[in-house]
Unconditional design. Structure first.
Length: 74
């Protein structure tokens, strides 16, 4: 139960050092959209390409999620 996270939470997928150069970012920003069925991994939808990846090396910011529709009756 410790790996349960909030759907829609902001997620940062770690890029291994072997796959990046010196001044490249160390993570990719995305949104948590699900869990992998066969491992302790997460499905992350990347912000820039809308591609869904499966990764275990993820850091979450659960207080920052997908913005909800505000009341537009004003």
């Amino acid at each position: 139960m410790s790996n349960m996270k909030t759907f829609g939470a902001r997620a940062y997928d770690h890029i291994p050092k072997a796959q990046r150069q010196k001044l490249y970012p160390v993570s990719i920003k995305g949104i948590m959209v699900g869990y992998a069925a066969d491992s302790k991994a997460y499905h992350i939808m990347l912000d820039d390409t809308k591609k869904i990846i499966i990764s275990r090396d993820v850091t979450f910011e659960e207080s920052i999620g997908v913005p909800k529709d505000e009341d537009k009756t004003q």
